[in-house]
Design a protein around this ligand. Sequence first.
Ligand SMILES: [Zn+2]
Length: 58
Amino acid sequence: MALRLLKCEYCSHHLRFGAPRCGKCYQKTPSLNRFWRISTGLGLATLVVVMAFSATIS
Ligand SMILES: [Zn+2]
Protein backbone atom coordinates (compact mmCIF):
# COMPACT_ATOMS: atom_id res chain seq x y z
CA MET A 1 0.00 0.00 0.00
CA ALA A 2 1.51 3.29 -1.05
CA LEU A 3 0.85 6.42 0.91
CA ARG A 4 0.78 9.53 -1.24
CA LEU A 5 0.46 12.46 1.12
CA LEU A 6 2.88 14.95 -0.36
CA LYS A 7 2.97 16.56 -3.77
CA CYS A 8 6.02 17.38 -5.87
CA GLU A 9 6.81 21.07 -5.54
CA TYR A 10 7.78 21.23 -9.23
CA CYS A 11 5.06 19.31 -11.08
CA SER A 12 2.42 18.59 -8.36
CA HIS A 13 2.80 14.87 -8.95
CA HIS A 14 1.74 12.87 -5.89
CA LEU A 15 4.94 11.56 -4.33
CA ARG A 16 5.37 8.03 -3.14
CA PHE A 17 5.85 7.94 0.63
CA GLY A 18 9.53 8.17 1.44
CA ALA A 19 10.62 8.53 -2.18
CA PRO A 20 13.85 10.55 -2.56
CA ARG A 21 12.85 11.75 -6.04
CA CYS A 22 9.64 12.58 -7.86
CA GLY A 23 8.48 9.66 -10.01
CA LYS A 24 7.45 12.01 -12.80
CA CYS A 25 10.01 14.80 -13.13
CA TYR A 26 12.81 13.22 -11.04
CA GLN A 27 13.40 16.39 -9.03
CA LYS A 28 14.37 15.93 -5.40
CA THR A 29 11.40 15.61 -3.09
CA PRO A 30 11.02 17.77 0.04
CA SER A 31 13.28 16.50 2.83
CA LEU A 32 10.12 16.02 4.88
CA ASN A 33 9.19 13.13 2.58
CA ARG A 34 12.40 11.34 3.49
CA PHE A 35 12.36 12.46 7.11
CA TRP A 36 9.01 10.74 7.65
CA ARG A 37 10.40 7.42 6.60
CA ILE A 38 13.32 7.82 9.02
CA SER A 39 11.05 8.89 11.91
CA THR A 40 8.68 5.99 11.18
CA GLY A 41 11.62 3.59 11.39
CA LEU A 42 12.79 5.14 14.64
CA GLY A 43 9.26 5.03 16.04
CA LEU A 44 8.92 1.33 15.27
CA ALA A 45 12.35 0.61 16.75
CA THR A 46 11.44 2.52 19.91
CA LEU A 47 8.15 0.63 20.18
CA VAL A 48 9.93 -2.72 19.92
CA VAL A 49 12.45 -1.68 22.61
CA VAL A 50 9.72 -0.45 24.95
CA MET A 51 7.71 -3.65 24.48
CA ALA A 52 10.78 -5.81 25.12
CA PHE A 53 11.63 -3.72 28.18
CA SER A 54 8.12 -3.94 29.66
CA ALA A 55 8.11 -7.68 29.05
CA THR A 56 11.22 -8.10 31.21
CA ILE A 57 9.69 -6.10 34.08
CA SER A 58 6.46 -8.10 34.37
ZN1 LIG B 1 7.68 16.22 -9.94
